[in-house]
Ligand binder design. Structure first.
Ligand code: G2H
Length: 248
């Protein structure tokens, strides 16, 4: 019952001219070898417009990495969901652990941003995941279930969106959970999505994120309920990102 997978690259605060060249290489390679999955790149907000132009006419989708919960106003330094969409994005990553930890975003904050994204016509990719301390205390399932309940507004039912399970301790560390651990958490995330959204929680893909690379992508993407991948470091190089796309 698995539908087409979504492989999204999260450039984080990386990517200037050299990465745009990588994006063009990626776009060309994808045109030559049609991907079996949906592919998205999420550059910093200032590069969305240029990336959208670089990838125009191709199949690669563009996403933002965050947006403000309000539509407009006195929020110096922030970018609204509508601005992200207008710049050329169709998706937006929300609630990444780097924003939860570094900018104090709560589940309620994330849910408000999801509402804003939906209002602007963006497909949100909502990130959740436990810390190492929570994992070691045996609380991983409890933590992600709570995050799903708090970060997914009821209005998501029937909308296009994705959830990304990213164990905080696996991000940029080269460490990944075992396939059994991924399967266990993804099953719990699905159950929490259905508990929150009813039937509307059944279809959205649950991506895995955290140190995905060409060498581990195939086995991770084959795990039950893994509907794609959110890729950080390995999305900065076309060769690595294409290796992951080919595995999906
Ligand atoms: C997790 C992931 C992308 P990386 O943050 O969101 O990054 O693949 O570098 O671990």
């Amino acid at each position: 019952t698995q539908s087409v997978k979504l492989v999204a690259g999260n450039w984080k605060m990386n990517g200037l001219g050299a990465s745009l060249a990588e994006a063009e290489t990626l776009a060309k390679a994808l045109k030559e070898q049609a991907a079996a999955c949906r592919v998205a790149l999420c550059p910093p907000a200032t590069l969305i417009d240029r990336m959208a132009q670089a990838l125009e006419g191709g199949v690669v989708e563009i996403g933002g990495q965050d947006c403000h919960a309000e539509a407009s106003g006195a929020y110096t330094g922030s970018v609204s969901a509508e601005m992200v969409r207008e710049a050329g994005a169709g998706l937006v990553i929300l609630g990444h652990s780097e924003r939860r930890a570094g900018f104090g975003e709560t589940d309620a904050d994330v849910a408000a941003k999801v509402e804003a994204a939906l209002a602007a016509g963006l497909e949100p990719i909502i990130c959740i995941g436990e810390t190492l301390q929570e994992r070691e205390a045996g609380q991983a399932v409890e933590v992600v279930s709570r995050q799903v309940a708090g970060s997914l507004p009821a209005s998501l039912a029937g909308k296009a969106f994705a959830v990304a399970y990213e164990p905080v301790w696996a991000i940029g560390t080269g460490l990944t959970p075992t396939l059994e651990q991924i399967e266990e958490v993804h099953a719990a995330v699905r159950a929490a999505m259905i508990a929150k959204l009813g039937e509307g929680g059944r279809a959205a893909p649950i991506l895995y994120g955290g140190s995905v690379k060409p060498s581990n992508a195939k086995e991770i993407l084959a795990v039950a309920e893994v509907g794609g991948a959110l890729v950080g470091g390995a999305s900065l190089k076309a060769e690595d990102f294409l290796g992951i796309i080919r595995a999906a």
